[in-house]
Write a protein that binds this ligand. Structure first.
Ligand SMILES: [Fe+2]
Ligand SMILES: [Fe+2]
Length: 304
């Protein structure tokens, strides 16, 4: 089983820019977007990634959020059209929301509407604890169980932090310990960084990263993947039998002359309940292609 992980596409519809409604918080993002993002984040990178994903034969694609910039409905629709080019279909592609997809509160509604079938939980995994939130979602595909969290909501200006929330963390523990996932490689997916220095940032971090770490410490996981920082990040969380790797992938569409941040995605090779190796595929804008980056050593993930 091969699982691809991408993140932070920030797909930009020029049509959308023209129609920007700069009411409330959006104007900051709008200015930022017009001055920077449009030059640095390239929709054609994601189009090339989709072609690559269709060609290299991954079994499932996972995107950990920030598919848009300002959470406009038309941005979600613009992004959806590109995701729909994946031959895997919505059942073979899992998309989580990031903070930009919840840039204003109604973004969460647009995500839930436009990306509904990319973020449905499997039958039998609806939560019955009285909380109407569907998160986390659980999607079992072959030997892999993806448990996807939602950590994003509208935050004050100049901040971009996230939070799992007590209820969602309780459910995460329930999912990780559910006998239906015994023997599966449990992949925990989250937008915000849940470990290391960046998790502790009061501006951009994950507020309840300690509580998240406790759940992982108690129940383990094959790997934790995240986005948000647009950097190749590697952290570890302790579990009684060792550690769990926590891997952040850079943006899937960024290209602005910084090789370490150039658009990429990661491919995990999964066997049994373990990640046995992973590698990166990086965008070569001049060739309009994604190619394997052999500078990253194939690493064994920690015990499940
Ligand atoms: Fe992002
Ligand atoms: Fe983000």
């Amino acid at each position: 089983m091969r699982l691809a992980h991408c993140s932070d596409l920030h797909l930009l519809s020029l049509d959308g820019v023209r129609k920007l409604d700069f009411a409330n918080k959006r104007w900051i993002g709008g200015v930022n977007l017009l001055t920077n993002r449009g030059r640095h984040y390239h929709t054609e990178a994601f189009e090339d990634m989709v072609a690559d994903l269709n060609a290299v034969g991954v079994d499932h694609v996972l995107c950990t959020g920030d598919v848009t910039n300002l959470a406009f409905e038309q941005e979600f629709r613009f992004a959806r059209v590109r995701f729909d080019q994946l031959t895997h279909g919505p059942g073979g592609v899992t998309v989580l929301p990031g903070n930009h997809d919840a840039y204003v509160d109604e973004g969460r509604v647009h995500f839930a509407t436009v990306f509904a079938d990319y973020a449905t939980t499997d039958p039998g995994w609806a939560w019955d604890d009285g909380d109407p939130s569907p998160w986390p979602i659980v999607r079992v595909r072959g030997p892999t169980a993806i448990i996807g969290l939602s950590t994003s909501f509208q935050t004050p200006w100049f901040t971009a932090y996230g939070r799992c929330g007590e209820g969602q963390l309780k459910r995460l523990g329930q999912a990780l310990s559910d006998p239906r996932l015994a023997g599966k490689a449990r992949v925990v997916a989250i937008h915000h960084p849940p470990a290391g220095r960046r998790a502790t940032s009061r501006i951009r971090g994950l507020k309840d990263h300690d509580a998240f770490a406790q759940v992982i410490a108690q129940h383990g996981a094959a790997v934790v993947v995240h986005g948000h920082e647009h950097r190749d990040l590697r952290e570890r969380l302790p579990i009684p039998s060792g550690v769990v790797e926590v891997l952040g992938v850079p943006s899937g569409t960024y290209e602005a002359g910084k090789p370490e941040k150039t658009a990429r995605y990661r491919v995990f090779e999964i066997e049994g309940d373990q990640v046995i190796s992973h590698h990166l595929r990086v965008w070569h804008r001049d060739r309009r292609s994604f190619e394997r980056d052999d500078h990253e050593p194939a690493a064994s993930a920690a015990s499940a």
